[in-house]
Design a binder for this molecule. Structure first.
Ligand code: PRP
Ligand code: ADE
Length: 194
């Protein structure tokens, strides 16, 4: 895995400054071949969590990016978006909205199905979790096909929210740097080695 992005315009020629924290973030993510299925190079962020300084750096990078964007809600995708989302939400003074796998949320929900690298799944959100025109960011650990983030965007937009950006620690190679899904920007910190 090599560090990527955090491209900042600098100087007259728009030189790219790479954030020195990204190297440690990249190196602390373990890649496990053939998990959960043959052929999948699984990016395991639990090894990053064992390094509190690196964990904090990852959260801080997102907090620095979003703290002045008038974001009122951070939507985290189950399960690994729940690890980073609440810390970011608290730091920027936003609420946290859990987007959960089916049949986990009590009460009234809306649902969106999606296709994964290794199967199909569905995300649900509580009705009333977000109000029309609220500015929201979506957080997850990784973007692979983008199917999960697209389902999250659809859920939030059905409720009338404005999805400002999606943010992930890791992008699989086709998600080099800054890209878009459903017309929304996706911000990734590092690229997977796979
Ligand atoms: O870009 P995509 O192809 O949609 O894949 C990315 C999703 O896959 C992983 O979650 P997973 O579905 O494995 O669920 P889990 O976190 O509950 O294990 C990952 O945490 C993302 O949510
Ligand atoms: N390669 C991968 N590693 C971790 N989570 C994933 N979700 C989808 N693809 C993945």
């Amino acid at each position: 895995m090599r560090e990527k992005m955090l491209e900042e315009e600098g100087g007259e020629n728009g030189a790219v400054a790479v954030d020195p924290r990204l190297k440690a973030i990249s190196e602390s993510i373990r890649v496990v071949p053939h998990f959960p299925k043959p052929g999948i190079m699984f990016n395991d962020i639990t090894t990053l969590l064992l390094h509190p300084g690196v964990f904090k750096d990852a959260v801080d990078i997102f907090v620095d990016r979003y703290r002045h964007m008038t974001i009122s809600a951070v939507a985290g995708i189950e399960a690994r978006g729940f690890i980073f989302g609440p810390a970011i939400a608290l730091a920027i003074g936003a609420k946290f909205i859990p987007l959960r796998k089916p049949k986990k949320l009590p009460g009234e929900v809306i649902s969106e199905k999606y296709v994964l690298e290794y199967g199909t799944d569905c995300l649900e959100m509580h009705v009333g979790a977000v109000q029309p025109e609220e500015r929201v960011i979506v957080i997850d650990d990784l973007v692979a096909t983008g199917g999960t983030l697209c389902a999250a965007i659809r859920l939030l937009e059905r409720a009338g929210a404005e999805v400002v950006e999606c943010a992930c620690l890791i992008g699989l190679p086709k998600f080099k740097g800054y890209c878009r899904l459903n017309g929304k920007p996706v911000y990734v910190l590092v690229e997977s080695r796979q």
